[in-house]
Write a protein that binds this ligand. Structure first.
Ligand SMILES: Nc1nc2c(ncn2[C@@H]2O[C@H](COP(=O)(O)OP(=O)(O)OP(=O)(O)O)[C@@H](O)[C@H]2O)c(=O)[nH]1
Length: 420
């Protein structure tokens, strides 16, 4: 798994401690597939040697090894502060008691049919969790710290608030918080009131709320859920249940984000699609209208694209569209771009004077004329025509209609030009 950190790539390394070669091979395959670099130790002694000279992102540890028959390898990786997943042959009470003594990520029974699928899920979740920010709201410092320590064990980012009022301030200051875990009984603002406030600002798709309370009332869980919480945990809770509920909620947010991304993205070019473009431009135009500002939009179209398809084939036509899209997105990265369909693209300018927008468009037109052959294996040269409008027009379809007329002019008067 590669992660961009301060501009450089960090490769995550996993230590697999397993004495059965076939099992080690399966685990290695899963870890490689999940993007990790892998080291394998066949014994505790070998593991200690590797631990002394390597930094590991996480470890998968066999509970029974020839030189560690009762789980002695587990405290070794834990002492080295490595998030540890324990694999056990069976999970009798004695093994469970031993395993539960240590702050491990999880234990997995090898005999379980789903064991390796489950391991893969966990290995994929750990790096993902590094990007998930969780706000823990509780007036008890010790409870907050305890929950944060559970979260840190699974590599979640944590942030703390002592009541609902402080939590709302933190949500405003850190829009990247996606999960809120909140106690109910707190001074200033209770957890259920906090849920109501959060839901008036953010939908279930954006942020998940998990309510926690020690109160002995079954009505509280329904109160939390009715006020917008996604889930509820009763204190004292078991850490396994905590992690299961948390990761289910994070998975759900992630799945919704993926579906939204897919719904807003053009499948061929990965650019925002027409739907997304309309929604975002409409929002921006509403704001501009309040200040009587100008909307500014350009439509771009590849010249004689049909003849590229006809001469070189549809696949080469696709290559051209993809290559152009990469440059288009980079060139107008501060603005809203989209593939409207076919060989037609649009850029909606955000906070730019008309002359500056025109200069940028002319620069792009020239860049394509000079470099278009780089976009396809067949080195096809092509040009683009651009229609641009700006003015006090606050409906996106009207702006597009006007830009389309200018684009038509550009085509009619020789192509490879910007008309405004
Ligand atoms: N390869 C490829 N071609 C596409 C795609 N979508 C639309 N097209 C083609 O784009 C071409 C558009 O052709 P026209 O509308 O006639 O325009 P043009 O040939 O570019 O001519 P002018 O715009 O007048 O310069 C058609 O041949 C479509 O089949 C796509 O996703 N991939």
């Amino acid at each position: 798994m590669q992660n961009i950190k301060q501009g450089s790539y960090v490769t995550r390394k996993i230590l697999i401690i397993e004495d059965t070669p076939t099992i080690a091979r399966v685990q290695k395959h899963i870890a490689l597939k999940a993007g990790y670099d892998v080291d394998i130790a066949e014994s505790l002694a070998q593991a200690k040697e590797l631990l002394s000279s390597n930094a590991y992102f996480c470890a998968v540890v066999d509970f029974i090894l020839p030189d560690a028959p009762t789980g002695e390898a587990v405290p070794c990786t834990i002492a080295a502060e490595i998030p540890t997943i324990v694999m056990t042959g069976n999970i009798d009470q004695q093994t469970r008691d031993t395993v539960e003594k240590y702050p491990i990520i999880d234990y997995i029974t090898k005999e379980n049919k789903q064991a390796y699928q489950y391991l893969e899920k966990q290995l994929l979740r750990l790096p993902r969790n590094e990007n998930v920010k969780v706000l823990v709201v509780d007036d008890s410092t010790s409870t907050r710290r305890y929950i944060c320590s559970l979260l840190a064990r699974h590599k979640y980012q944590t942030i703390e608030a002592k009541d609902g009022v402080e939590a709302l301030k933190m949500l405003e200051a850190s829009p990247d918080i996606t999960v809120i875990i909140t106690d109910n009984e707190m001074p200033n603002m209770n957890g259920d009131e906090l849920c109501t406030q959060i839901r008036s600002l953010y939908s279930n798709d954006e942020k998940a709320i998990i309510g926690i309370s020690g109160a002995d009332s079954s009505a509280l869980s329904s109160l939390f859920l009715k006020n917008g919480a996604n889930d509820y945990l009763h204190k004292p809770f078991n850490s396994e249940e905590f992690y299961c509920r948390l990761s289910q909620n994070v998975d759900m947010l992630e799945q919704i984000a993926t579906i939204k991304r897919q719904a807003n993205t053009d499948y061929l070019t990965n650019l925002p699609n027409r739907r997304y473009f309309f929604e975002e431009a409409e929002k921006s135009l509403k704001q501009i209208k309040r200040t009587n500002g100008n909307g500014a939009l350009a439509m771009l179209d590849i010249d004689h694209f049909k003849s590229i398809n006809d001469t070189y084939g549809h696949d080469v036509g696709d290559e051209v569209l993809k290559g152009l899209s990469i440059c288009f997105k980079k060139y107008f990265k501060k603005h809203l771009v989209a593939r409207l369909g076919g060989e037609e693209f649009a850029v909606y300018f955000i906070d730019v004077e008309k002359q500056e927008a025109l200069k940028r468009l002319e620069g792009f037109r020239y860049f394509i004329e000079a470099n278009s052959h780089e976009f396809s294996s067949a080195k096809i040269k092509f040009t683009i025509s651009i229609g641009f409008v700006s003015g006090p027009v606050y409906k996106i379809d009207e702006l597009l209609k006007q830009a389309d007329l200018k684009l038509y002019d550009a085509k009619e008067t020789g192509r490879n030009k910007v008309v405004s």
